[in-house]
Design a protein around this ligand. Sequence first.
Ligand SMILES: [Zn+2]
Length: 179
Amino acid sequence: MYCPYCGHHDSKVIDSRNINESIRRRRQCLSCGSRFTTHERLQSASLFIIKKDKRREGFSRDKLLTGIRKACEKRPLPTGAVDKLVDDLEAELYQLGKVEIPSETVGDMVMEGLKNLDHIAYLRFASVYREFADISDLKQEVDTLVGSKVSAPRPIGQLPLLPNNRSGRLARSRRRRRR
Ligand SMILES: [Zn+2]
């Protein structure tokens, strides 16, 4: 924070106040003694995700965490692995240095992160995110995974490949057809 009067790089904070999602600070230059005000926005308020329908939405770490948790449900992952992935992704997003990021970019980053973490979680996320049109798309994705040299923990037991809401929707549409 440079002094607007003399350009000195150091100042002290003499007053600090939270206003909505920003912090208003009264500062005093350590060189010339001039006082000036800064408004600092919190990081979470300065990053926006552009959805497929062009809607603009403030970046939410919680939302990212929820989506990834859902994909990783009941997977044998080490404690803290999901939180670490979300931390890494969040840092990576801010490091892009952009105010707006397309949701596709975020989705691709999540896919990349999950691919290295757990193949089943990756496929679950991919099936929702990429909206596999049919089983051959899914098979192609699985073949790509099997072909890659990435090692992931082997699946334990029989867990549903698709998250609950998906299989639920399929079951509902099947019921409807039977009527
Ligand atoms: Zn100054």
